[in-house]
Design a protein around this ligand. Structure first.
Ligand code: SF4
Length: 255
């Protein structure tokens, strides 16, 4: 395809504070996700699912990616992000293989809600990533239900166990993202619980984020600098912790 044709799956490159010039790849249709986060900038989830399938055709994604990359300078990252959860596309491994084969100068990053990371098939598919940024927004099941509103049957315990399993089995650099919601997950008790969870996951880096644009719930406010700094001071004892909020990494072409 020609780059001049309308793009469907590739967006940017955008200037990302943590990734530099980041070219986005969107692997699901809006809005397909296993969570319905209250802060999501991609609006409410309309297809709440844990089912993996080829939501958008991977051959078309790679063709569009080739056409875009032919016409722009090499980006700092190709990033799976978009209007929902990229790992729900059962063809994500084929896209990563394609990038590694034909665009090997480009590091590849995945932004993910992390729910499927305990799946050993997916772990193999993601083994060639250069960077993974999974989310952990809750330190208790109550916070998880309130902030992330997962598919029925999904729990924080399961997410935590999947993150630990991925970390043990897949040697990919991990930056764990925590989205801080004032009054919900930012008390001293929550920070203590986060400390215990993050210590066991043992990421390379910690990214602290908070609300930038309107989420699904309009009355949400960004966390205070004081609370974000408290998180950074405590979690910085585990791994370098950086505050990126209130600018949320775009999750969608929008986003
Ligand atoms: S923020 Fe990410 S994980 Fe949460 S609902 Fe939006 S797309 Fe899904």
């Amino acid at each position: 395809m020609e780059e001049s044709q309308a793009r469907k799956f590739i967006f940017g490159p955008i200037n990302s504070r943590r990734l530099g010039k980041s070219l986005g790849v969107d692997l699901v249709t809006a809005k397909t996700c296993s969570l319905d986060c209250i802060y999501c900038e991609a609006k409410a989830t309309t297809n709440l699912t844990m089912s993996r399938r080829e939501y958008v055709p991977v051959d078309k994604v790679t063709a569009e990616l080739d056409a875009v990359l032919k016409n722009i300078p090499t980006p700092d990252y190709i990033t799976f992000s978009g209007a929902g959860e990229p790992t729900l596309n059962s063809g994500i491994g084929r896209v990563i293989d394609h990038i590694k084969k034909y665009h090997s100068a480009c590091p590849v990053c995945l932004l993910t809600n992390g729910l499927l990371l305990g799946d050993t098939t997916l772990q193999k598919e993601l083994s060639q990533l250069d960077l993974i940024i999974p989310s952990l927004d809750a330190s208790s099941e109550e916070e998880y239900s309130y902030i992330n509103r997962p598919c029925p049957g999904e729990t924080l315990e399961k997410l935590f166990s999947g993150l630990c399993s991925f970390r043990r089995n897949v040697p990919v650099k991990m930056a764990l993202e925590i989205f801080v919601v004032p009054g919900i997950n930012d008390s001293d008790e929550s920070i203590e619980r986060f400390y215990r969870l993050v210590k066991d996951i043992d990421p390379d880096l910690i990214h602290l984020n908070t609300l930038d644009r309107h989420g699904v719930i309009a009355e949400l406010a960004p966390a205070s600098r004081e609370r974000l700094e408290k998180f950074a001071a405590v979690l910085g004892n585990i791994a370098p912790a950086e505050i990126f909020g209130p600018t949320k990494e775009p999750h969608v072409p929008h986003k």
